[in-house]
Design a protein around this ligand. Structure first.
Ligand code: SF4
Ligand code: SF4
Length: 184
């Protein structure tokens, strides 16, 4: 018989001995393996009560950034959408009107901004392409859902919390970026 590897093991078809027919040695061997694992450190954790820390290079759910005044950074230039290899980003730009300076940092802003998380491969190219520090990949991920349309995130779902209205959530959404900013 020819084999692809040398790992093939011939099946032993000899009749079972009296001890083998009792199955007790095999059961005892199996129980020993089970008990040997009882006092070992568990590889699992009680998620979501406990969560593992993310790697510093983890790339998760996108966040649309604001400046320290709470104004949206995005100027709807479209570079992120062009850079996206998965064509996951859709946007529509609009002109900022007089009196909206406290909402949008630039004269143009994204009236609509959507990311399809089912297309996204979390490569981070949108973050790299953005000249306005308006988008980054955070240290969280899109929660599971039953409907595909729930994975198309709109602007309100992607926007970071307002730094003045909700500073705690803002800092949390910044994650590692907040630490980097304070260490620089
Ligand atoms: S992380 Fe990559 S795939 Fe996802 S939206 Fe950004 S550029 Fe597209
Ligand atoms: S997120 Fe950045 S690259 Fe994308 S449209 Fe806004 S400013 Fe341009």
């Amino acid at each position: 018989m020819s084999t692809l590897t040398n790992k093939a093991k011939a099946v032993d078809r000899s009749p079972m001995s009296f001890m083998e027919k009792m199955y007790l040695p095999a059961i005892a061997k199996g129980m020993m393996i089970t008990f040997s694992h009882i006092f070992k450190k568990k590889p699992t954790i009680n998620y979501p009560e406990k969560q593992r820390p993310f790697s510093p290079v983890f790339r998760g759910l996108q966040i649309l950034n604001r400046d320290e005044e709470g104004r949206e950074n995005c100027t709807a230039c479209g570079l992120c959408a062009v850079a996206c290899p998965a064509e996951a980003i859709t946007m529509e730009g609009a002109e900022r009107l007089p009196g909206e300076e406290h909402l949008y940092r630039e004269e143009k802003y994204a009236a609509k901004y959507e990311i399809n998380m089912l297309r996204c491969i979390f490569c981070g190219l949108c973050e790299e392409a953005c000249p306005k520090d308006a988008i980054y990949l955070s240290e969280t991920f899109a929660p599971a859902d039953y409907q595909r349309k729930q994975f198309v995130y709109n602007k309100q779902e992607l926007l970071i919390p307002h730094p003045k209205e909700n500073p705690e959530a803002y800092q949390k959404a910044l994650g590692n970026r907040a630490n980097k900013a304070t260490s620089n």
